[in-house]
Design a protein around this ligand. Structure first.
Ligand SMILES: [Zn+2]
Ligand SMILES: [Zn+2]
Ligand SMILES: [Zn+2]
Length: 423
């Protein structure tokens, strides 16, 4: 399943993606920014640049400076030193913009006038969040809400966060602030802020929840699903071990497949983007995204659409860079994994079943805290496709025994929950 997003320009009604897959979407007619897409940012050159410096001491020091100046501003507001608070907020905002390339528009680096206008506006909004009582209450509620996000079921909390962002936007509309630097009407700015604020959490949602979350961010009529193939935008993918048949989970950005049961290792390329056929969300014309293609323009109504997916390509490239530079520094020669995979423990007709049971117990222990029990059940039924009903309960007992044998207490709790879904 591919997820396709349509971005419509608030200015001229058309939509064009002109930034070569970056997070910000610009209208080709009017040259204004019309949307931000965090999912696209995850695949962008800006994200690759961010990963390269994310762990560097200067970056960590930058975050500390940002937090210190924000805290200063809070204190100064509380003590009534408003001018100093405003100045501290301005410095915090400048720091933040520097720390997140691509999440704030790239033009900030190249256009000094735009940069000044943008920072003035962002500082004024951030300052208002500290000084206006209602806005400050909403901002604190939002921060608390995001801290409560649960990996296994993030949607209720993220829905609440989206509602708080809407209330914030309502309140901001009543305050006297500099004009929006991109000329975005409030509802478009709200959408961009929602993507900036909530987009990073989409990967935690289960495949069924992702669409609801994207609709909340991009608008109900602007999110489509089409075709079959690349699973979702989620962080975890299913993978079937060719040797023992265990269906397990792995993060989308891993460098190679590793079977948690028989320890087979197999190389992993970038997942191919399949061809998808769908109807233009604006005029209904039939559109096709060719295999590997991310964006296309409707020839009838000029609307641009793009598919977003979490291939993990940027993260994998980064992991290779880190690995290779470490190996160079330590003078290690890295052996490439053979294309046909490297077998782990021997798998025979007699021990295949035991491998799978142990594997499922390990998967429940490893991922049970991060994905819903329903998804763990899905792995059990995908591994043992023929098993249903009472036999499934007996099978879960066997997985439980395997977990006990391995001392996996966490898995047992997860399996209890899985059992309750079968009954
Ligand atoms: Zn336009
Ligand atoms: Zn295996
Ligand atoms: Zn069309």
């Amino acid at each position: 399943m591919s997820v396709i997003i349509r971005y419509v320009c608030h200015h001229c009604g058309a939509a064009r993606e002109g930034a070569g897959g970056a997070g910000w979407v610009r209208c080709g007619h009017c040259d204004v920014l019309i949307a931000f897409d965090w999912q696209a940012w995850f695949g962008s050159a800006q994200y690759a640049a961010y990963l390269r410096v994310a762990g560097a001491p200067e970056t960590l020091a930058g975050w500390q400076r940002y937090q210190a100046r924000s805290a200063d501003a809070e204190r100064l507001v509380a003590s009534g030193a408003f001018d100093a608070a405003r100045a501290a907020t301005g410095e915090a905002v400048e720091q933040l913009v520097r720390l997140m390339p691509g999440v704030y528009p790239d033009e900030l680096q190249t256009d000094a006038t735009y940069r000044r206008r943008y920072l003035e506006w962002l500082s004024a909004v951030t300052y208002a969040q500290k000084v206006d009582p209602e806005l400050s209450r909403l901002t604190k509620a939002l921060e608390a809400c995001v801290r409560r996000v649960e990996a296994r079921d993030p949607l209720p909390t993220l829905d609440e966060a989206a509602r708080l962002l809407e209330l914030q936007a309502d309140r901001l509309a009543h305050l006297e602030l500099p004009d929006d630097p991109d000329g975005m009407p409030p509802h478009v700015r709200l959408r961009a802020s929602m993507s900036q604020f909530l987009g990073g959490y989409v990967q935690l949602a289960s495949p069924e929840q992702i669409r609801a979350l994207l609709e909340r961010i991009h608008g109900r009529g602007n999110v489509f699903e089409a075709g079959a193939g690349v699973e979702s935008l989620g962080l975890f993918r299913e993978w079937r071990c060719p040797a023992c048949g265990l269906v397990s989970l792995e993060a989308s950005m891993v460098l190679e497949h590793t079977c948690p049961a028989c320890v087979l290792r197999a190389p992993k390329g970038d997942p191919a983007l399949p061809q998808v056929d769908f109807a233009c969300g604006r005029c209904g014309a039939a559109l096709t995204l060719e295999a590997g293609e991310r964006e296309c323009c409707c020839a009838f109504c000029d609307t641009w659409v793009r598919r977003v997916d979490r291939t993990g390509h940027v993260e994998r490239q980064h992991a290779y860079e880190v690995r290779d530079s470490l190996a160079r520094r330590l003078g290690l020669a890295l052996a490439e994994l053979p294309a046909e995979s490297r077998p782990g423990l021997p798998v025979t007709k007699e021990n295949r079943r035991a491998h799978r049971l142990t594997g499922l117990a390990r998967v429940a222990a490893m991922y049970g805290a991060m994905v819903p029990a329903r998804r763990v059940l899905g792995l059990v039924t995908a591994t043992f496709r023929e098993v249903k009903g009472q036999a499934l309960l007996a099978l879960l007992d066997e997985v439980g025994e395997a977990a006990r044998a391995e001392g996996l207490r966490g898995a047992l709790e997860v399996l209890d929950e899985v059992r309750s879904l079968v009954r």
